[in-house]
Ligand binder design. Sequence first.
Ligand code: MSP
Length: 517
Amino acid sequence: MPRFYVTTPIYYVNDVPHIGHSYTTVVADVLARYHRLFGDEVKFLTGVDEHGQKVQQATQKNGREPQPYVDEMAERFRAIWKELNIQHDIFFRTTDAFHVKGVQACLQQLFDKGEIYSEDYEGLYCVSEEIFYTEKDLVNGKTPLGNEVVPLKEKSYFFRMGKYQKALIEHIEKNPGFIQPENRKNEILGFLRQPLHDLCISRPKARLSWGIELPFDRDYVCYVWFDALLNYATGVGYQQPGREQEFQTWWRDTGAVHLMGKDILTTHAVYWPTMLMALGAGLPKTIFAHGWWLTESGEKMSKSKGSVVRPLDMKDVVGVDPLRYFLTRDIHLGNDASFSPELVVTRVNAELANNLGNLLSRVTNIVDKNFGGAAPALTSAVAPESQAVLAKIEGLADRVAACVRALDPQGACLEVLELLNDANKYIGDRAPWKQVKEPDLAPAAETLAVCLEVLRVAGILWHPIMPTKCEALLKVIGFATVPAFANARLVRGMPAGAKITKPEPLFPRVDWKPDGK
Ligand code: MSP
């Protein structure tokens, strides 16, 4: 059975969940649900990154002890994923004891092999920002934020990252799908044309105590990225006695697909593979950097730019499934796109309310009124325009699957949308509301039967994007449970006489105006 292991970044707990986190998690969920629909075995990991400077600062600011604070914040992420109908298999927390032990085992192994060494580091340190600067970073002798720096000498531990530069370049060049999309791969190759430095993986406890202690020096904790990146492997059993088979299956044999935003590609595409090379643990299959949601004026959306309606609040305006639809539909994975409440509402009204919603309500209303609520049978010979719509169903499921396997959820979504567009034009042209007034009901029956096939296929193939709505849609046309993928591959898959019910509008028009307009 094919397997699919997909991950999102593990999010810093100091921030409340926002559109950036939600986007990657929804995309990963859509991909994972598609693979489950295909019958693949799936593992989907998401979680939270709980150690490090940012989290320590947040706990201090809030006057809290770190553990209860991160426990509480982790729950916020769990709650929002539940609300967004995210079906993750693993919710990872870096403070879990098994992970801490796994990271320490890695550190010790690398230290014993000489892959980690200590050295005095001399730099210009800014006490208030807790950051080392080099001469060239400074502006008039001060940090870019205008703070004082002092020379500081400190022992640090380094991972011999530079040693793996050549091997990494070779791996990227030999495996074209390793870093995607292509432009990001080229960026990383460009970055690797400069000498690759070793990576400082320690922080003295005197400055940062909230982290995983180095097993070979108790005065230090581990750099947060070194700890966090390992989650993808410890999450499937790495460094854990008794879980070797699981690690073999999911990590080595299947290979992870890591999704993350382009701003954190370097840590994933350079630090992480070199760490794995040093550990001899095997590399992920794909590292995919997606783009950003931008404001209408082209800036990266972020919490601090508090617009009146926050992106996640849109789920209360349009509903969870339509928001999932928008996030999948409006960005080609890898590119940037604009987000605004108006864009979400316009899209939802045009494609869900007018298109899918209208088709569903027209068909179910007429079947209810004129056919006693029983799906008319589709005869073997049909009119050319009916055949043309049925021909669009042929091969559609496989085209959707090909898009998903190529990590193009937008493409999968649009394949189905195209069928719905055709079906809407078809129902408009054939006007079954007029056809039912003729003495011969056969043409009306044919129109409705063709449209029901379209609704069946769309309901199955959009289910990963809008699980609740599509389940309801399929129920309305007589399917008590979501049919298997094999059913979506059938051109004629409606059982004749299936019970059709007149639904409450499943995709109502959204009437929304920004405050004050
Ligand atoms: N903790 C690290 C990841 C460690 S993974 C081993 C981290 N966490 S984060 O909470 O800051 O995650 C941010 C994620 O949200 C990134 O993937 C980032 O690209 C994404 N986004 C934040 N704002 C975004 C948009 N406006 N649009 C799309 N995604 C963006 O980094």
